[in-house]
Design a protein around this ligand. Structure first.
Ligand code: CP3
Length: 328
């Protein structure tokens, strides 16, 4: 019995399952030590190292989910795109036509991720769910066109406006590759998959309806495991998300879970403690955890998480306080 999977399926569980986005990474001293002499790409490409990093937060916190150590940009390398991390993704800015012409996912290019999943599945306790993931087409397109991070992803927004037909083709290429990628992760042992639509919120409601929702829907259709769609910073479009057809939805810290629940009628939700709360003292952290749990009380299912990835400067002892508060 995996409480995370049961909750996503809308079945009753004894206690709320908990994991943290970006739990495998820089807030952990054991991660920083391991990464001292290997690059991010080397770590992801080596299933021994990637599995070890994935397991670090499981050992420390006994999380209910183990999110595989890789990046949303990792599978693009298996489509012929060169990506570096410094530490955010750095790549040559692509044109929309170049993205539309990308080849399908070459399976040997993602074999190390699949091998990491197999190793993690056999190493974690039976009750722990293995979480696979991919980036959404809109978010991947944003990085591909920009060549890296940006605060507003102007090039992606400009491209959708300038050539909607070609943009739809480019998103279609990314959707079909990410669908295959998620299905391969599930076959390798992922119990749950999450779609990260980190930058959907830069789009207006019409573009979310016309581009982001259909792209996400086509990725998640016909997958053999429960799915979580995480589209943060998009309170102007939450009510459009049910048509994506995910099993559950991740909510960022800005929208209360009860409010999100009303707008996503009948779906289990994941979230949504503000990551900044973990910088407060333990009594404050406990009180805020209780507030999130109370807000989630009427939902058909609740997976406790932060409302965004954990900040790298977070004290691991404070994460422990949070996990214990969820379980107490
Ligand atoms: O615990 C986990 O979630 C580990 C796996 C994971 C990573 N990135 C590892 C990583 C996951 C699920 C991601 C997702 C990811 N990557 C997203 C979606 C989630 C979100 O935050 O919205 C996005 C947008 C990216 C792109 C990306 N990769 C950025 C913006 C950065 C820089 C982050 C930073 O804090 O500087 C990365 C690099 C990256 N991905 C790191 C890690 C651990 C840092 C690399 C390092 O340690 O040197």
């Amino acid at each position: 019995m995996r409480p995370l999977v049961e909750t996503l399926r809308g079945r009753p569980v004894e206690r709320t399952p908990v994991w943290v986005m970006r739990q495998a990474g820089r807030h952990l001293p054991e991660y920083r030590k391991l990464r001292a002499d290997v690059s991010f790409v080397e770590a992801v490409d080596d299933p021994d190292i990637a599995a070890e990093i994935t397991l670090q937060p499981i050992r420390r916190y006994d999380m209910d989910g183990a999110v595989i150590f890789a990046d949303i940009m990792t599978p693009l390398q298996a489509m012929g795109v060169e990506v570096d991390f410094a530490p955010g993704p750095k790549l040559r800015p692509h044109t929309l036509a170049e993205v539309a012409a990308l080849g399908p996912l070459d399976p040997p290019g993602i074999e190390s991720v699949l091998e990491t999943i197999r190793r993690v599945r056999s190493a974690v306790p039976d009750s722990c769910a293995v979480i696979g993931f991919s980036g959404s087409p809109v978010t991947l397109l944003a990085y591909l066109l920009e060549g890296g991070g940006s605060k507003d992803f102007m090039r992606m927004r400009a491209a959708l406006a300038a050539d909607p037909g070609l943009a739809a083709d480019a998103l279609g290429v990314l959707s079909s590759a990410m669908h295959d990628y998620l299905q391969l992760q599930i076959r390798a042992g992922a119990d749950v998959v999450q779609l990260f639509d980190s930058w959907v919120g830069v789009l207006d409601r019409t573009n979310i309806r016309n581009f982001a929702v259909p792209a996400a829907r086509s990725i998640l259709a016909n997958l053999d495991a429960p799915t979580i769609y995480f589209g943060p910073h998009a309170p102007h479009a939450i009510d459009l998300f049910p048509t994506i057809g995910a099993t559950a939805y991740g909510i960022d810290w800005r929208t209360g879970l009860a409010e999100a629940g009303r707008r996503l009628a009948g779906k289990p939700l994941q979230g949504n403690l503000d990551p900044a709360t973990l910088f407060a003292d333990p009594p404050t952290i406990r009180a805020e955890v209780m507030r999130v749990l109370a807000d989630a009380a009427g939902l058909p299912g609740h997976v406790f998480n932060l409302g965004h990835g954990i900040d790298r400067h977070t004290d691991p002892d404070h994460v422990q306080v949070m996990v214990e508060a969820v379980r107490s």
